[in-house]
Design a protein around this ligand. Sequence first.
Ligand code: FES
Ligand SMILES: [Fe+2]
Length: 418
Amino acid sequence: MLSAERNRMLTQVDPGTPMGDLLRRYWQPIGGASEFDSKSVKAIRLLGEDLTLYKDLSGTFGLVDRHCTHRRADLSYGFVEQKGLRCNYHGWCFDELGHCIEQPYDDHTNPNDRRREKCAVKAYPVKEVAGLLWAYMGPLPAPELPIWEPFTWQNGFREIAISHVPCNWFQCQENSCDPVHFEWMHDNWSIRLKGKTGPYSPTHLQLKFEEFPYGFIYKRIREGGGDQDTNWTTGRVALWPNGFYLSSHFEWRVPVDDENTLSVTWFYMRVPKGREPYVQNTVPTWYAPVTDAHGQWITSHVMNQDFVAWVGQGRIADRTKEVLSGGDVGISMIRNRFFSEIDLIKTGADPKGTIRDPEAARCVELPCQQKQVLIDGIELGEYPKYPLLNQRLSGFRHLAGQPPEVRNAFVDAFGLER
Ligand code: FES
Ligand SMILES: [Fe+2]
């Protein structure tokens, strides 16, 4: 249970709030670069700020204010030029640093007027890594963007799936350090959703939570498992500050504002041995729906089930009313770490997980189950030995709504029958 004040501290993300300031110290994944194969400008709201994300004709990405500095027109209806984004109202043009590089009428009538220099628009740095677009909205100089090791793996089919989840980001992130929910929310609820009443899945017997420089690790033993199981020896990672890493995929809970979250996921599947070299020219990005045609929450897929839990806790979970128990140790650890990092940045220090050395950021290793299998690949016939990988061969169970063209590209990469 938390006080209302402490709950606000964890959940408010606007500029100037303690958590808003902390999260702005990290690069955040905000979309897929391949979204800009079919468009060049889009509106996006991040950390309570309305912004415009664009790719200009020279291929440079920019993230600028939603509104033009001139008379506040909506820049997401602007159009891109060889360099920069042009407001569609009177043609002012801004580059990715926010500089106003053209004011057509004034440039013509009064070319020596330096007023343009005062017309910069708010702008944040954007980088493209692993097909994802990343934004940094904090004080400069920006820290390094960590290149997580899986981003460097070769011969993999990668895809990015994004969902809009209408609740606060922190309850989503708490789920990254909550092992017991797998048993109930995914395994047992799925059994019931199929109309069966059992038998239920193996129960959790033992949990362990550890902290490391890039987050927290949870380990578990379930009935029938043992202390040699990689769920116990390696575990899974609640990636600091707002991610979840599960060996072959990442999930991030990116705050849109206090009541909305962008769920950004990145998946990697090594093609089977013998299908190399596999080179993916572009990483497909798709948007996964959270409700069906009747407005009901989709419950058929793993992350959709998570979304049901998260939004079910309320737009902003009221932690003054909760009752934590033994399985929630990881959640308390994460909350306490956030409170201490919020205090730390007030001293001017870099928060947990910040990397300033470009060499150190180049390939950052994380605890990973079955890493060699993911890197080296296995024969197609060996997949049944690896149930989590094997499930991917028959369909995409993480999120509903995978477009057929993405599935087909996966099937072709793996040499499966369409
Ligand atoms: S409002 Fe953008 S150029 Fe006038
Ligand atoms: Fe889950």
